[in-house]
Design a protein around this ligand. Structure first.
Ligand code: 5AD
Ligand code: FES
Length: 344
């Protein structure tokens, strides 16, 4: 085995110099994926956890340069789901076996803490055996505390890049890496299972930035790490930047599995968008979570963070079957238990 992969697989870490070399030099892909798969099987066996994703608002007050639902995209058609619609999605998801509901949305001021807590409490009351994951952006510690007390268990908030100068190139002045990190540490302290992560191949990204991402994640110790290739959206300031490369993205997934053996690692939709079998390849590179869409079909195309997103035309039930077939096709097994992370 190549020396760097060997060390990654046994020590689950590399020095800064080694990590940069790993990122910059081509690596034997099959060897790398086999090592990642072995570590994943050691910890999670052949299980792939499914999470029902409900994209409940595409209004957003932020203006991130990469994102299709940014405030300044006046071409985006905006929608919000009512609490009843959200609960209908949960009912449908529960019937299909999902035991985690992920409520994801833009930073939409309409959804005040009171409204978020009402929705979370209603789901908590209706589905006491399920996990509730929120992914609604940067909030105060008090807000996070209130959602937690209402019954939320997990929170997804990607840091996007751990390098302050790179962060500045991806976001307007109103956002800061400092506040993003503050949010993540608050969430962890409150007791959430936290997911963070970053885009791969985002504009101006350098290997040094990925090194900083790794060091930040080693400090945060998240339960879950979400990564996916950057994908161009034509109605953003980054319209002229190319999408990230599939094989570099897969290399990062495998690297993360080796660095963080016990983390939950989704095979994200962005991989599926870059390549018809992108998510399956991400599973083979160490991924062990998939997030099928439960949002009503009518609004799905509107949650358009990036172009040509997959699973937009399928009904939730079709997506469920499709996911199962995809997971089986690469030798894994769908698992619908709550699937808590082994981290901690
Ligand atoms: N390409 C890939 N991922 C994107 N995200 C937002 N815009 C894009 C894009 N153009 C990711 C961000 C965000 C998550 C919800 O989606 O990392 O945290
Ligand atoms: Fe959603 Fe195939 S995984 S339709």
């Amino acid at each position: 085995m190549s020396e760097l992969i060997e060390k990654l697989a046994s020590a689950h870490d590399l020095s800064d110099e080694e990590l940069l070399e790993f990122l910059m030099q081509p690596q034997p892909e099959q060897e790398l994926f086999a090592a990642a798969d072995a570590v994943r099987r050691e910890n999670y066996g052949d299980a792939v956890y499914l999470r029902g994703l409900i994209e409940f608002t595409n209004y957003c007050k932020n203006d991130c340069y990469y994102c299709g639902i940014r405030r300044s995209n006046t071409h985006a058609e905006r929608y919000r789901l009512s609490p009843e619609q959200i609960l209908d999605c949960c009912a449908e998801g529960y019937a299909m076996g999902y035991r985690t509901f992920v409520l994801q949305g833009g930073e939409d001021p309409y959804f005040t803490d009171e409204r978020v807590c009402e929705i979370v409490s209603a789901i908590r009351a209706g589905y006491p055996d399920c996990r509730i994951t929120l992914s609604i952006g940067e909030k105060t510690r008090e807000s996070y505390q209130a959602y937690f007390e209402a019954g939320a268990n997990r929170y997804l908030l990607r840091h996007e890049t751990a390098d302050p100068a790179h962060y500045r190139m991806l976001h307007p002045e109103s956002l800061s890496l400092e506040n993003r990190k503050r949010c993540l540490y608050d969430l962890r302290d409150i007791g959430y299972q936290v997911g963070s992560g970053f885009m791969i191949g985002s504009p101006y990204q350098k290997p040094e930035h990925i090194l900083a991402d790794v060091r930040f994640l080693q400090d945060l110790k998240p339960a879950m790490i979400g990564v996916g290739p950057f994908i161009t959206h034509s109605e953003t300031p980054f319209a002229d930047f190319p999408s990230g490369e599939l094989h570099f993205g897969l290399k990062i997934v495998a690297m993360l599995r080796l660095l963080f053996p016990k983390v939950l690692l989704p095979a994200t939709t962005a991989f599926g968008t870059l390549h018809p079998q992108g998510r399956e390849l991400a599973l083979k590179a160490g991924g062990n979570v998939m997030m099928p869409n439960l949002s009503p079909r009518k609004v799905r195309p509107l949650y358009d963070l990036y172009e040509n997103k997959v699973c937009v035309d399928e009904e939730a039930a079709q997506c469920r079957g499709c996911m199962e077939a995809r997971v089986k096709s690469v030798g894994y097994r769908v698992e619908v238990s709550v699937g808590d992370s082994l981290v901690r």
